[in-house]
Design a protein around this ligand. Structure first.
Ligand SMILES: [Zn+2]
Ligand SMILES: [Zn+2]
Length: 642
């Protein structure tokens, strides 16, 4: 007898008795799957296999073959760390210890650790792993749980207080250790094949600067030793490529204390790259029928009240008083664009209207969170806002996806797509949500695009498609998004006259191709290790005269290359050729032209590239032809030389 039905990943429904857990569902699907079940997902959220399912839940079973298994394993490694820590330090206090993209961390207090202590803790962790303790989920009444922490751990009490609507809470236990935790976890500590504690940083309780400072110990774990080794190698490489380090070495940008935190300055080299990115984005916007608009950095807060930012976002805004009136730096470009649309009257024939702006925005992130170009106070979004009729959503989103695909392909960034649907709290009627979601879905289906469904993860104002891309080091980044918005048109009372001569609300689409230029730039610096493809390289060609006798010839070459609009410099310091080459190599200049008396006489050049490939006696014209092709194709490392 089936009381309720759950939805399986393939969309089919399965009837199960009321009160069934995820593990029961797995056994219902097949006994083999039941035995292999480690955990599960309900509506996209990773939970313990003992979690009961409800009617209509979208569920997924997690086994040790699933991608999510690694997260489960890492969270168990965090517990092993905590257990080892408590064995070694009586006064240590645990707060929270989740898994992360690169492993796990645990925020602790009551103990003064430095990196030297981590090896000893690792040894203790190894003992716990070798002992292969069973990890067991135990459910307590709330009062009993509170009693456990009442005397000595105000943080765990705080967590318990926040979950006050639940009568029971779960703990996970292994040997003498227990931790308040929602799980899920692996079966036993022996499943953790390889782990490493990585470093220590500081954090705030609940991420709030007003709260206590905590010690954050970062670690990672894998199933196999070889995976850990690979990770550590990549991590070293990532340190070498750190954009803050390369940003200084290549003179791209700086964030000096005197100008304020999170307020980057672009030096000429950095701005050259940004300009190329801007122009590429602009050429694409032009092709797809966008009109450029421009809005100031500052608006009366009246506007932010109308848009809803003042209610939801005011803590992140920079506000100022001018003649007793309150103004705010813009945290987003959308309200400005909605206001421009509102200044006109529109007929259905005019839509879609597409506005674009590379708009600077300001968000007051916590100072502790600021880091290089990845988290800043001032950044520029290549924003686009479209005002469309509901039936135009599909074709417009299709075009936007094509643009995003072009952009990510240009930079050799693989990506994954997710469709985020209506959250519990949302604005807009059922009909328009259903229509919008099904339109986004059919865009993805028609494009034969594989995508993950993130049910309930949409913005409160509309569903969205998220792109996450992977860089050359295998790291994942949040990328471009396409968001439908039913809210802002409402708040700004936007309308157009329909075929029926009645007023209708347009749907607003927010989109960005790069997202924030600052973050995209940061990713590119590290993705390319500073070896930007020719079209982006601040200095594309460096001419290396062997002696001063060739300076005149070098200048003639420079002129010819500049006529073809290349960025060229001459190395005229009296260095040896070897040193000139090394310097150009360090500066990651794509091409070097070595010119001596033979070349000057024959009117040719010797070409060298960053990969140390060489070719002699090249006619300048044919070199310029190659260069022009390479620049136009925007590709990385073409094989001009071999
Ligand atoms: Zn836990
Ligand atoms: Zn927007």
């Amino acid at each position: 007898m089936s009381d309720i039905a759950v939805v399986l990943p393939d969309g089919s429904e399965l009837g199960v008795p009321e009160g069934a857990t995820l593990e029961d569902v797995a056994y219902e699907i097949g006994p083999g799957l039941g035995d292999d079940t480690v955990a599960g997902k309900i509506e996209g959220e990773l939970v313990d296999k003992a979690t009961p399912v409800s009617d209509g839940d979208r569920i997924e079973i997690v086994t040790d073959q699933s991608d999510e298994y690694l997260s489960v394993l890492r969270h168990s490694a965090a517990h092993v760390f905590a257990q080892a820590l408590l064995r070694l330090y009586d006064d240590a206090k645990l707060t929270i210890g989740p898994w992360t993209e690169e492993g796990f961390y645990y925020d602790i207090t009551g103990v003064d650790l430095d990196e030297g202590d981590l090896r000893e803790i690792e040894d203790e962790m190894q003992e716990i792993v070798d002992a292969d303790y069973d990890i067991e989920r135990v459910v307590y009444d709330r009062e009993d749980a509170v009693a456990k922490y009442e005397d000595d751990n105000e943080y765990k009490l705080d967590i318990l207080g926040r979950e006050a609507d639940e009568a029971e809470v779960s703990f996970y236990e292994q040997a003498e250790f227990e931790d308040l935790c929602q799980g899920p976890h692996v079966e036993s500590t022996g499943e953790i094949g390889a782990f490493r504690l990585l470093n220590i940083s500081s954090s705030y309780w609940r991420g709030d600067e007003e709260n206590d400072t905590l010690t954050r110990v970062h670690g990672t774990a894998f199933e196999k030793e070889s995976d850990l080794e690979e990770f550590l190698t990549m991590r070293e490489e990532a340190k070498e490529r750190d954009h803050r380090k390369l940003g200084q070495e290549l003179d791209l940008f700086s964030i000096p204390t005197v100008t304020g935190p999170g307020l980057p300055l672009y030096h000429p080299n950095g701005k050259t790259i940004l300009k190329e990115l801007e122009e590429y984005g602009e050429s694409m916007n032009e092709e797809y029928g966008y009109d450029y608009v421009e809005t100031p950095h500052l608006f009366r807060t009246e506007l932010w009240k109308q848009s809803g930012h003042y209610d939801n976002y005011v803590d992140d805004m920079f506000l100022l008083d001018v003649n007793d009136e309150e103004y705010g730096l813009k945290p987003m470009n959308c309200p400005g664009h909605a206001t421009i649309f509102e200044q006109n009257s529109w007929s259905y024939r005019d839509l879609p209207v597409r506005y674009a702006e590379n708009g600077k925005v300001y968000r007051k992130e916590q100072r502790g969170e600021l880091s290089g170009l990845s988290r800043v106070w001032a950044f520029t979004i290549d924003d686009g806002h479209l005002f469309v009729r509901p039936e135009q959503i599909e074709s417009e989103v299709n075009d936007i996806m094509a643009m995003i695909n072009d952009v990510l392909e240009t930079f050799d960034l693989d990506y994954e797509v997710a469709l985020a649907t209506r959250p519990e709290k949302s604005v807009g009627g059922d009909e328009i949500w259903e229509k919008a979601e099904s339109q986004l879905e059919s865009v993805l289906e028609n494009a034969n695009m594989e995508y993950e469904l993130e049910a309930g993860d949409g913005a409160f104002y509309g569903p969205k498609i998220d792109f996450a891309f992977t860089d050359a080091l295998g790291r994942k980044w949040d990328g471009p998004t396409v968001q439908l918005d039913f809210n802002m048109p409402e708040r700004f009372d936007l309308s157009y006259t329909g075929e029926d001569n009645e007023d209708h609300r347009p749907v607003m689409i927010h989109r960005a191709l790069y997202g924030s230029f600052e973050r995209f730039f940061m990713v590119l610096i590290e993705h390319y290790d500073g070896k930007f493809p020719l079209w982006l390289a601040p200095e594309q060609v460096r001419i290396l005269p062997i002696s001063d006798d060739e300076l005149g010839y070098a200048h003639r070459l420079k002129n010819d290359l500049e006529d073809a609009e290349f960025r060229v410099d001459i190395e005229d310091r009296s260095w040896t050729l070897g040193r000139k080459i090394r310097e150009a190599q360090d500066d990651r200049v794509p091409y070097m032209l070595v010119v001596g008396s033979d070349e000057a006489e024959a009117g040719t050049v010797s070409v060298r590239d960053r990969k140390e490939r060489e070719q002699q006696d090249v006619e300048l014209d044919s070199f310029i032809d190659h260069l022009s092709d390479e620049r136009a194709e925007k590709r990385e490392e073409p094989d001009f030389l071999d």
